[in-house]
Design a protein around this ligand. Structure first.
Ligand SMILES: CCCCC/C=C\C/C=C\C/C=C\C/C=C\CCCC(=O)SCCNC(=O)CCNC(=O)[C@H](O)C(C)(C)COP(=O)(O)OP(=O)(O)OC[C@H]1O[C@@H](n2cnc3c(N)ncnc32)[C@H](O)[C@@H]1OP(=O)(O)O
Length: 223
């Protein structure tokens, strides 16, 4: 890794700044052990292949024979992956901040262009496996994107570990699949441990959805 992504730079300084805070074993942990070598250099390609698999599954009308064949092949792969299962803190999924959506297959793939105290700017694309209906993204998937990227803005803006207390999403226009969208999230205001956030999701000039949320800064040790 020669060049650091904006998120990497921010996460590194976040980890340094929170180094003096009391040790925190709860929430999402402030003491990041950022190790971008986990899973190796092709981990991102592996995750992308899994996403493509989910797209194919969602789109497929397989024959009975193909279903049986895929089951057999998946059983072999699942057994191999089961052998290398590890706790959440050391698994690369969610921690590879050099990869789209931190290498987390359950998040819509996004790229962070800018992340800091001022907020987060990201590009994301919903795909076939996020389909709700009629070529539009499922509303729950839109909420997942907001939750994660507002959580990120909340953590960076409050310099703390936060959890979502509420998240309200207003769907303003159809969110298309296979289209690069822009998501922006930022801290609106803070009152003690309460971090109020806002976010928008745009397709070009069109506002697809917007959200407001309350995230609570966790106390040391709070789960
Ligand atoms: C970690 C990131 C670091 C960033 C570094 C940079 C890069 C690294 C990359 C990755 C990180 C990126 C992103 C982060 C990832 C994901 C984000 C997703 C977050 C989630 O997806 S997380 C799961 C869903 N989430 C839950 O599973 C929470 C369940 N829940 C609870 O755990 C408690 O409920 C809790 C903790 C919320 C509060 O509990 P508590 O005991 O600490 O506090 P308490 O109840 O006293 O509330 C304090 C004050 O908030 C008010 N208040 C509370 N709730 C309210 C509500 N709903 N509406 C209106 N007001 C509310 C009270 O009224 C009081 O207000 P007041 O002080 O004025 O009286």
């Amino acid at each position: 890794m020669t060049q650091k992504s904006p998120l990497q730079k921010t996460a590194t300084s976040f980890a340094e700044e929170s180094a003096d805070e009391p040790h925190h074993e709860g929430g999402f942990r402030p003491d990041f052990d950022i190790d971008l070598t986990r899973g190796g250099p092709r981990y991102g390609e592996f995750i992308e292949e899994v996403r493509t698999f989910m797209d194919r599954v969602k789109a497929a009308l397989p024959s009975e024979e193909l279903v049986a064949e895929v089951i057999d092949e998946l059983k072999v792969l699942n057994a191999k992956l089961d052998e290398v299962a590890i706790d959440e803190w050391r698994a690369p999924s969610g921690g590879r901040i050099d990869l789209p959506a931190r290498g987390n297959i359950t998040l819509p793939p996004y790229e962070v262009d800018d992340a800091g105290e001022e907020g987060v700017h990201a590009r994301l694309t919903f795909r076939r496996y996020h389909l709700g209906g009629n070529n539009a993204a499922h509303g729950g998937q839109v909420a997942v994107a907001f939750d994660d990227l507002m959580g990120m803005a909340g953590a960076l803006g409050s310099k703390g570990i936060t959890r979502t207390a509420y998240l309200t999403v207003n769907y303003r226009a159809i969110t298309p699949l296979d289209t690069e969208l822009k998501l922006r999230s930022w801290v609106d205001r803070m009152e003690g441990r309460k971090v109020f956030l806002r976010a928008t999701l745009h397709n070009g000039e069109t506002l697809c959805a917007e959200a407001d949320g309350l995230f609570i800064k966790l106390k040391p040790g709070q789960p």
